[in-house]
Design a protein around this ligand. Structure first.
Ligand SMILES: Nc1ncnc2c1ncn2[C@@H]1O[C@H](COP(=O)(O)OP(=O)(O)OP(=O)(O)O)[C@@H](O)[C@H]1O
Length: 333
């Protein structure tokens, strides 16, 4: 396994490029999620890395090997886990996993991989006899089997239901780590990117808006667009000065100066005996927590994310206070 480096990558389909100067680095053994909205160029990036789409300029390196200089897809040492698995329907599970392997090592390696993805004993099954989650595990085993330099995962959980998606995310992460794989995952799902990856690159309009650890992207987003994309937010216009900004929730500590947008995460809004008076508009129960929609006396709507037992109902009067500093984004001219 080796690290993957993308430098000033430009690619597209004629006309304006879809990827404009993309820079990325996946350290050896790391898992990078490329997170972006539909149409931002995620699939194009994967196609370029895999060698299925030409680049206009830039460089792609896998360890010390430069891939963009004429290395064909089959010689790149890249494993791919496509959307919805895309297993060969006429081959058994063992046939799928062993597809790219030499005969001598095939049987032992297939066993090893099936064990790694928790599907020992499934080798004789046909893809049509697998659940969606099992099929994705087989697709991952198939991608890892030839010991690729990097594994590319293209929205691998998009076809699965929510509970299974959550479980499979953890399993896939554990499998990639156990295999020591360097991996790049593309997704439009911020929960998936933040929850699974070591590093997240937020792709916007064909360029990387921010690359960092999930916690950093969430708590110190590079700009308002990234902040809004990676999580729920409560925003107000405001004027910051001397480390504070006035908001409908009171004066809050912040960094920045001048006119701009104040941003809080809903979990920072705490319901309790102290704070600004508000009325509960509605409660949205999520199972593990709930969102309480609140209306302040001046009519401002805000939302609080509440864990544990939900003690309020629509129509209740509650006080709301703010935990921690506010993010502040100065208006760009
Ligand atoms: N074959 C093509 N010819 C011309 N334009 C294309 C082609 N494929 C994709 N595009 C355009 O390139 C842009 C990026 O598409 P791409 O599929 O890479 O985005 P994406 O982030 O993967 O989107 P999604 O999450 O919806 O799959 C889009 O504007 C799309 O319309």
């Amino acid at each position: 396994m080796s690290g993957l480096t993308v430098k000033r990558l430009v690619a597209g389909y004629g006309g304006d490029p879809v990827l404009r100067e993309v820079d990325l680095e996946v350290p050896e053994g790391g898992l990078l999620a490329v997170l972006g909205p539909s149409g931002c160029g995620k699939t194009t990036l994967l196609r370029v890395l895999a060698g299925f789409h030409p680049i206009s300029s830039g460089e792609v390196w896998l360890g010390e090997r430069r891939l963009d200089a004429g290395v064909p897809p089959e010689r790149r040492g890249i494993g791919i886990v496509p959307q919805e698995g895309a297993l060969f329907p006429h081959l058994s599970v063992a046939g799928n996993v062993g597809f790219g392997l030499r005969r001598g090592e095939r049987a032992a390696r297939v066993e090893e991989l099936l064990d790694l993805v928790g599907l020992s004993g499934f080798g004789h099954r046909m893809p049509s006899e697998l659940s969606g989650g099992q099929a994705q595990r087989v697709a991952l085993a198939r991608a890892l089997a030839p010991r690729p330099g990097v594994v590319l995962l293209d929205e691998p959980f998009s076809a699965l239901d929510a509970g299974l998606r959550e479980e499979l995310r953890a399993d896939v992460r554990a499998t990639l780590k156990a295999a020591g794989a360097t991996a790049l995952l593309v997704t439009h799902d911020q929960e998936e990117a933040l929850g699974m990856a070591d590093l997240v690159a937020v792709l916007r309009d064909g360029a990387v808006a921010q690359l960092g650890r999930p916690q950093t992207i969430y708590s110190s987003p590079a700009d308002l667009g990234v902040a809004l994309f990676v999580g729920e937010a409560v925003t107000f216009p405001g004027v910051a000065s001397s480390g504070h900004v006035d908001t409908p929730l009171g004066s809050l500590p912040t960094s920045g100066e001048g006119r701009g947008t104040v941003l809080l995460r809903p979990e920072q809004l705490v319901l309790g005996p102290h704070g600004i008076a508000s009325t509960v508009d509605d409660v949205l129960f999520h199972g593990h927590d709930a969102t309480v929609l609140l209306r302040l006396a001046d009519g401002t709507a805000v939302r609080s994310r509440v864990q544990g037992e939900i003690a309020v109902r629509a129509g209740d009067s509650v006080s709301v206070s703010v935990n921690g500093p506010a993010l502040f984004f100065g208006n760009t001219p």
